[in-house]
Design a protein around this ligand. Structure first.
Ligand SMILES: Nc1ncnc2c1ncn2[C@@H]1O[C@H](COP(=O)(O)OP(=O)(O)OP(=O)(O)O)[C@@H](O)[C@H]1O
Ligand SMILES: [Mg+2]
Length: 241
């Protein structure tokens, strides 16, 4: 579903992705972790073409993202992305936030988009909040709306970049619960997160990055029980206390 083959990226003389190779199969949940600055965000953004890479190949659901004339808008309509900051449209109600791209990008009729919006709000536990504006919701609620909005495009895969790291601690679990349910429903997911509890419960595999290199690509059991590299052991000992 998502194939990365020897992907490299430089900012000027600074190589931030170094021959990254990984394959994510349909229905797989893969967590990316690693120290700050290791290239996690750059890698995940390159998957839907938000960052261009200078060498290597990325193919998502049969679309070559790295091809010269890649149809990136078609790709982005099929791959949902959720960031640290929710990026909802502040001047639109929750319902309108969920309807807009369905109508403008997928060409859905208003009634169909509205019905789908309501059903997605139910799915993320926010029925009854349709007519509120983003500022009237808590951070955790806004992030759940952002997930619902991404789902409104019927994505073939979902990318998450630290979706809970800007939230107050008491709101982290409500977002992780929605992500866990999504994973259990069979969504293909690539998630940058420091939530190792989530990774232990939900991830099929863990990629550990350090200085632009995918240092480990392991099942979660192997990663947590016997990380191969010193750097991963060191990272885990700091993050798990
Ligand atoms: N727009 C940019 N211009 C120049 N360098 C950049 C840019 N964006 C990122 N970098 C550099 O690329 C490297 C990887 O950054 P990236 O944001 O992918 O790391 P990260 O693993 O997501 O870190 P964090 O955990 O802090 O989010 C870092 O050295 C960073 O300084
Ligand atoms: Mg990052």
């Amino acid at each position: 579903m998502i194939e990365l083959n020897k992907v490299s990226k430089w900012y000027g003389g600074n190589r931030v992705l170094n021959d990254c190779t990984a394959n994510i199969a349909r229905g797989e949940v893969v967590v990316i972790c690693g120290p700050s600055g290791s290239g996690k965000s750059t890698l995940i953004k390159s998957v839907n073409g938000l960052e261009a890479v200078q060498s290597g190949q990325i193919v998502v659901d049969g679309i070559d993202v790295t091809a010269k004339h890649a149809n990136l808008s078609r790709l982005r309509a099929r791959v949902g992305m959720v960031f640290q900051h929710f990026e909802l449209f502040p001047h639109l109600s929750v319902q309108r936030n969920l309807m807009l791209a369905q109508m403008n990008v997928l060409g859905r009729a208003r009634d169909e988009a509205a019905e789908r919006a309501r059903s997605l709000l139910r799915r993320v536990g926010l029925s009854g909040h349709e007519h509120k504006y983003p500022a009237q919701l808590s951070g955790g609620q806004q992030q759940r709306v952002a997930i619902a909005r991404a789902l409104s495009m019927d994505p073939v895969a979902m990318l998450f970049d630290e979706p809970t790291s800007a939230l107050d601690p008491e709101m982290v679990n409500e977002v992780l619960d929605v992500m866990t349910a999504l994973a259990q429903d069979g969504m293909t997911m690539l998630c940058v997160t420091h939530e190792m509890g989530f990774a232990k419960r939900v991830a099929d595999r863990v990629l550990f990055m350090d200085r632009g290199v995918i240092v480990e690509d392991d099942t979660r059991e192997a990663f947590f029980e016997r990380p191969r590299s010193e750097r991963a052991r060191d990272f885990l000992s700091r993050i798990l206390h």
